[in-house]
Design a protein around this ligand. Sequence first.
Ligand SMILES: [Zn+2]
Ligand SMILES: [Zn+2]
Length: 323
Amino acid sequence: MDSQYSEIRKDYRTGYYAVIVPGRDRRPKELETEDEGAVNLKECPFEPNTVDRVNLEIMHVNEPWTTMVIRNKFPELDGHTPLEYENGFLSSISGYGYNEVLIESPKHSDKFENMGTKKSLEWLNTLIEREEALYSRNYIKHVMVFKNYGASGGASIGHPHTQIIAWPEILGTPAIEIEIAKKYLKENNSCIYEEAVKKEESRILFETEKVAAIAPYGSRFAGESMLLTKRHVNYIMDLSQEEKEDITNGLKKIILTNAKLFGEQAYNFVIHENKREPDYHMHIEIYPRIANLAGVELGQNVFVNTVVPEDYVKKFKEKAESV
Ligand SMILES: [Zn+2]
Ligand SMILES: [Zn+2]
């Protein structure tokens, strides 16, 4: 392995993948503790007067910009790395791919969950534009969108941002979910996610005509939820205008209500979808970071969840924020 490049290595014991990334100790150290608003403002690389537009900008919306997409200065994957596979006892894929950062607002103290409808749609439409561009690049098979919020959610910068990673293979949970969805479709002639909306009736957090939010039966994390369209959609570009509005409003409702229930805590959300996997069903998973991973989670990949999903639903309904 050239020490300059990252590498996606497969663990021969489990089949799990790990991206081995050299040099990540040079990342910004802004958020070693939770960001109290603008405390870290002067260190922030995403401000209108600090963001490196010359070297990093990919696109922006409006003048002056209200949303900007830049290359991640500390990428896990790099588009200049030749795509190479090693097969055998030690299997790996070279770290080819793309990391981008969507800066949600020029304002450091803005919060994702407080964006108005128009701004949220700007966020979603920008993601769609970037996904389209990334899926059109050579060998890209999966584009993953996610947000880390708060130091214990893995964010290193307090400024509101969303991340995009374009991968040369579908790896990990999306790969497992696609395989299960395909098998379910073959055996039952129906989509497992649409089936879930019916079967999870007692664990529905809220629903509109177009979308539903569920506390999944087998939730791994306390306060975990899944937001999905009722119609079969495998790729965010295929969302209707109404679905886009309900998805973004639903996502904000979940984050706001979780903050009421658990306190203003770190969280992550990920968008699970794939342009080229028509049998997959787009959904957003939201994980409040209430408990740390411990021995059972790390050692067995079995999760101990001390918040019963049914109780979470009950409390959520009592406190639900209207968005
Ligand atoms: Zn900032
Ligand atoms: Zn479906």
